[in-house]
Design a protein. Sequence first.
Length: 58
Amino acid sequence: MPAADSDDLRCKALDAVARGIPKKDVCEMFGISLNSLYLWIQRLEKTWSQTPSAKPVA
């Protein structure tokens, strides 16, 4: 599986979904799990951002 923080991969996968490619096919094309894709889609819908926000420093 690709690196968990690959912003480029995340953007490409979300763009493919936006173009209408079925989610299952997107997962196979990019070698990601369906769960990861759904989490990215939820993040996009919630924040309107394809990249994760910086984690607060404790």
